[in-house]
Design a protein around this ligand. Structure first.
Ligand SMILES: O=C(O)CCC(=O)C(=O)O
Length: 312
């Protein structure tokens, strides 16, 4: 695998960043986020994993050594419960708003930056082939306007063999690629059909960020180390571009809500921050209201009804 081309935080500027993403589909910025911001999220997440007995009691939780024979992943109900505690962390939501990251993202999308409010945390046990995320484009999952960007942030030094993300360079230039769903698995692009140049990868360290276009094909490397890989990925766009409103709400049946998420937070600053930004939705509120009355089967109507009530 070819090694990532890298930029250094001290030298970034809008032209360099945009040219990197236009030509390669990604930009790797080394040392962008201060170590203490990353470490506080890592400490909060590993505290939860430790309390849940996922981590070895004889090692420092920050080392992320799994308790013997424990390995969970989505959609296991135990995983979902613990993941919810991680998702509810105030520090987890604050990380995408970190000032140096916001500055870099404004260089790419402009001053009217919208930070999507639902970052995803990855709690990846080692040596679990079935939990490895395969090749896909984020646009397939997020919808809206394809001009959005994902930022992948490791919460610790993450060598390739600990499951770091890899990128198919130049793949954003081939438009929307065909995703296939095998059995009940998440849709993925079959490797014999994927369009792009070389796969690129390498070690990603605490403080580094890997930014890529919504159409850039990417995949996780298998975690063949002895430690869990913990990372966060979040999405950014120009607030004037359309947004799929499912990126703001909890449309599923889980009973998640922003009120529950916020219940233990100390500060109000980031609560519902997007409600103060004028946004254009696709599908629109009127279309979702219509779907809440007409969609088939009834489970879809219920899903749209939950969206309507949360967008009110
Ligand atoms: O971290 C992973 O395992 C997958 C991340 C990913 O697919 C993404 O950031 O879109």
């Amino acid at each position: 695998m070819k090694t990532f081309h890298e930029l250094h935080a001290a030298n970034i500027n809008p032209e360099a960043l945009r040219s990197e993403i236009d030509t390669k589909g990604y930009a790797l910025i080394r040392n962008l986020i201060p170590q203490d911001s990353i470490r506080s999220v890592l400490a909060d997440v590993t505290r939860i994993l430790s309390t849940e007995n996922w981590l070895s009691p004889t090692a420092d939780p920050l080392q992320r050594i799994p308790q013997h024979s424990v390995a969970y992943g989505d959609p296991d109900p135990v995983f979902k419960r613990v993941y919810q505690d991680v998702f509810n962390l105030e520090s987890f939501h604050a990380l995408p708003h970190q000032p140096a990251l916001q500055r870099a993202m404004k260089m790419i999308v402009g001053d009217q930056l919208l930070i999507h409010p639902k970052p995803i945390g990855r709690l990846i046990f080692p040596n679990c082939e079935h939990l490895v995320v395969h090749a896909h484009q984020d646009y397939e999952f997020m919808g809206g306007d394809s001009e959005f960007f994902t930022v992948w942030i490791p919460l610790h030094n993450c060598p390739t063999d600990m499951g770091a993300l890899r990128i198919l360079e130049g793949s954003h230039r081939y438009g929307i690629q065909h995703h296939q769903r095998e059995n009940l698995h998440v849709p993925e692009i079959p490797l014999d059909r994927v369009a792009g140049n070389d796969w690129v990868g390498g070690d990603l360290n605490a403080g580094d960020v890997l930014i890529f276009h919504s159409l850039t094909v990417h995949a996780a490397s298998p975690n063949i180390s002895q430690q869990m890989r913990l990372s966060l990925d979040c999405r950014f766009q120009d607030a004037r571009r359309v947004l799929n409103p499912s990126n703001l709400v909890f449309a599923g049946e889980s009973g998640k809500s922003w009120e529950k998420t916020y219940s233990g937070w100390k500060s109000d600053t980031l609560k519902f921050y997007w409600k103060n930004i004028p946004l254009t939705f696709n599908p629109s509120k009127a279309e979702i209201e219509h779907l809440a009355r007409t969609a088939e089967p009834p489970s879809k109507r219920a899903r749209y009804a939950r969206m309507v009530s949360q967008l009110a």
